[in-house]
Ligand binder design. Structure first.
Ligand code: AMP
Length: 284
């Protein structure tokens, strides 16, 4: 497995693979890899001949009071996991390599970036869309893999690729969970043992939601109230949002009929956790 730190060297390697007729799969990450990331790599390995993983903690998607500095960066362990998973190349650039000068050009996916996490992380998705554009331009993959765990991000990237005619396919893979159903996340390592236990209430709130819809409840407000009751059981937590939205437009749905995205963001202590499930009311 190769590890490249410069744009020039990663471009050279991918170009050689492309000339050799290989299909290029790409998994962008911020490192601190876990089984969720590995599932994306496995999906890429299945369909592509050459798999590139980027490890880059992107400064432009963090707010000034967020955890950019303390975000975990266990590069050695990450590389070991990538090697084991059969990755061909890891691209691990420095912030200077990615942003050599003040960045003046931004990709902003309007409307989709505003609700849900956008309300609490004002310029987050601008940073995500911009760094993904840069990474896509550097790697030029045929397919890029994203996790359903970050549902809003996946929807935004899909829309950006469509709107800007970017020549790649976006594949979204299911959320990988811990035994207690807590969605795996690099930020889970900030949690204490008790907080990790409590965080299971997030998935319990989804189960309640699914059950209510199955029983015929269509009023989102009623369901959100029931979910809030469950989430309140997480000690020292602050609910940022519980939303039931259209799975494509991310607009609030008042009366549930078809496909909805049920998404929550909760601060547990100082750790911000997000999770979601997709429900098709017609198929329950
Ligand atoms: P991150 O390193 O957190 O930026 O995540 C990199 C990619 O892995 C994103 O596409 C995430 O949605 C995806 N990902 C993170 N956690 C999970 C998970 N538990 N299951 C599936 N995909 C995930």
């Amino acid at each position: 497995m190769k590890v490249e730190k410069t744009i020039k060297s990663i471009r050279r390697l991918v170009k050689a693979a492309r000339i050799a007729g290989k299909k290029i799969g790409f998994v962008p990450t911020m490192g601190a890899l876990h089984k969720g990331h590995i599932s994306l790599i496995e999906a890429a390995k299945k369909k592509c001949d050459f798999v590139v993983v980027s490890i880059f903690v992107n400064p432009t998607q963090f707010g000034p009071k967020e955890d950019f500095k303390k975000y975990p960066r266990p590069l050695k362990a990450d590389l070991k996991m990538c090697r084991k998973a059969g990755v061909d190349v890891v691209f691990a650039p420095t912030p200077r390599e990615m942003y050599p000068a003040e960045n003046l050009t931004w990709v902003n996916v309007e409307k989709l970036s505003e609700p849900l996490c956008g309300k609490f992380r004002p310029r987050h998705f601008r940073g995500v869309a911009t760094v993904c554009t840069k990474l896509f331009n550097i790697v030029l993959p045929d397919v890029a893999y994203f996790g359903q765990k970050d549902a809003q991000q996946a929807i935004i990237i899909k829309r950006m690729v469509a709107d800007l005619n970017m020549p790649l396919k976006i594949v979204v893979c299911p959320t990988v969970r811990e035994k207690n159903e807590l969605a795996m996340s690099s930020r889970n390592q900030y949690l204490t043992t008790q907080q990790r236990k409590d965080a299971a209430f997030i998935y319990k709130s989804f189960q309640e939601c699914r059950q209510m819809i199955k029983q015929g409840v269509t009023d989102s407000k009623k369901i959100i109230t029931a979910m809030r009751k469950i989430l309140r059981q997480i000690s020292s937590s602050k609910i940022q949002y519980i939303s039931i939205v259209d799975a494509e437009t991310l607009q609030n749905v008042d009366k549930i009929a078809g496909k909805v995205l049920v998404a929550v963001a909760v601060k547990v202590g100082s750790t911000r956790l997000i999770d979601n499930i997709l429900i098709d009311a017609a198929k329950l």
